[in-house]
Design a protein. Sequence first.
Length: 435
Amino acid sequence: MLSDLARWIADRREAPVPMRPPRRSRLPDVTRSGIGIQATWTALRDVLMPTTFPTDHPRYLAFVGGAPTPAAVIADAALSAASIYGGSELEAGDVVAAERAAARWLCDIVGYPPPSHGVFVSGGSMANLSALVAARHGRIAPDGELPRVIVASASAHSSVRAAASIMGCHVVSAGSPDQRLDGDELTRVLDSLDGRDVVAVVANAGATNTGAIDALDEIAECCEVRGIWLHVDAAYGGAALLAPGRRAEFRGIQHADSVTIDPHKWLFTPFDCAAVLYLDPSIAREAHRQSAAYLDAVDADDADNPADYATHLSRRARGLPVWASLVANGTDAYVDAVEFCLAVAGYAAKQIETLPYLELATEPHLSVVLFRRRGWMQEQYDQWSAAAQAAGTALVTPTTFDGDPVLRLCFVNPLTTTDDVDLVLTSLECDASSN
């Protein structure tokens, strides 16, 4: 089994196999007697896993994938084998200290000073929800109810509306879905609302669809003068803070009250691992800490437990793989990997500009490249995407920009090379209807 696991890691780094479409086979039945661990492992290896598209394949360019380091994978496997509960230091011991160190590294990247702090959760959706719950904590609206309005950049991730629904709030959009939000547009929206009924403003630091970064410095100033909580969703784009040449694009993020960053996206950690960071963690702790007689052993006044900083109690120690990979590889390797992804994205954009059958849909942002195949409609994009997937060429899916269908490449894997880019772009030369 260990040999099989090692081979899966090595294959993508040494000789990546073509991606293949799912093959549906009959799964072993759940029975009273079972089939044993050996037969079950064979089914996992030979029946289930071949139907998946691993997100660390060099030509997995759809959505926002992830490419975990071997050290992070080993630590993730160790968590399950060691049966670690990651909610409290009482049970998780120094694993909690390792998670704190990883969270501190993320806080430093953002520019947060001590005593800022964060916690690792299942994904950006849980991180955004937890931040917004903290933002609303202790606030009373003019009518005596909790505030119910969340003002969000029009390109905000779908999880923001989901969080609002869970909280009994509604979202007011600011700006345009395909453009960065600036201070003037946010001011116009906030001036139309009663500020006492606003839970928070949510801005983007790397929109999922386009990679665009809102004018965070302007937005932070706008929120500060009104006393409104600013949450920045940097789930995908926050990793680019590691690139010295890109930090200026994030100016103002250090003034946000909370920030979401997903290490399972562009910081080389296995799914599922996101982080929610707080400028003042005491507010989050007051909002999320649970109290009960059966928790007294772990709920002392001086306890600092990961379970206290998000909408969870039971939790996996998701920060341990981040810490293990940082210790194994060093932070310079992270900088190099992020900058390599940005360079490959830049190469892709330049190649698109030179090919007569392609055109950029917009200026590339971070490591997202949106482009058109001249003369194609939605049907041709869908046909090509399905054919590329079936042939094992790549996983690239269509999206929309400014109301029109486009293709989207997202580079978050340092194993993706310019040769992979050329292979994908060359495959677009033919007419999709002939594939």
